[in-house]
Ligand binder design. Structure first.
Ligand SMILES: [Zn+2]
Length: 247
């Protein structure tokens, strides 16, 4: 029989890595080329050191054998391991949360915008110039935008300035909201508008006082849960840790 295997190259970020059979790993990766997909990494126990690309958060160029089953990683070149994420529990738990959110998208879906969002968020978490809470808030809103459920208008549809944010109806004045939504200040609406108006790292460059940012961050995480109709264990872990540490 003819060998029907073909070779394919992908740029992939590992969202999830689980043991598979004797000595393999099943990786769920987000790729530039084909969105979210599974790949198999064989012979991991034999040479663990050479398989750093198979660790969670690692971003690599992988060459795959694509046959009938799950594509198999033939060779990989580590582009960025994002080691710094593992040196700080707050950053680590946020990175875990971002991965869990991105895992919600269906296989084959997710374009390079979602990948860029994840890469930018990881880069900024690794650095120190942007606070982790800003990264979290911007990530949640940009993810909502890329998936098509972010607010598009920042005034109420009646023309009056918005005072409330309804997860199902968007920004509204108090009269039109009729008891729906949470109260938001103009500073919060401006921050949301900024995040949604810019791509790349500029989306994360907004100024807010700590109290308002913390309030906005609580809203954006609930907004994501509402639209994705799911709860994230990693987010609960992050919140528990933050309460224990600073509460
Ligand atoms: Zn109105």
């Amino acid at each position: 029989m003819m060998n029907s295997t073909i070779s394919k190259e992908i740029n992939a970020l590992v969202l999830k890595s689980v043991p598979y059979k004797e000595s393999s790993l099943l990786l769920t990766v987000l790729t530039k080329e084909s969105g979210k997909q599974n790949v198999l990494c064989r012979g991991v126990k034999r040479c663990k050191k050479e398989k750093l690309f198979a660790e969670k958060f690692a971003y690599s160029k992988m060459r795959l054998y694509v046959g009938r089953g799950i594509p198999v990683v033939d060779d990989a070149e580590l582009t960025e391991p994002f080691y710094a994420l593992r040196q700080d529990i707050e950053k680590l738990s946020l990175a875990e949360y971002f991965c869990e959110v991105v895992l919600c998208i269906p296989f084959g879906s997710g374009d390079d915008k979602i990948l860029s969002l994840l890469l930018n968020s990881f880069w900024l978490l690794c650095g120190s110039e942007v606070s982790p809470l800003v990264v979290k808030t911007a990530f949640e809103l940009k993810f909502a935008q890329h998936e098509g459920f972010a607010p598009m208008d920042f005034d109420c549809s009646c023309g009056k300035p918005a005072e409330k944010w309804s997860f199902s109806r968007g920004f509204l004045c108090d009269d039109c909201a009729k008891g729906d939504g949470v109260y938001v200040s103009q500073a919060i609406i401006n921050a949301v508008r900024h995040i949604l108006s810019y791509d790349g790292r500029r989306a994360y460059s907004f100024e807010m006082n700590e109290e308002a940012l913390s309030y906005l961050s609580k809203i954006t995480e609930k907004y994501l849960q509402y639209h994705l109709d799911t709860k994230f264990d990693t987010l609960e872990y992050y919140k528990k840790f933050m309460e224990a540490d600073f509460g």
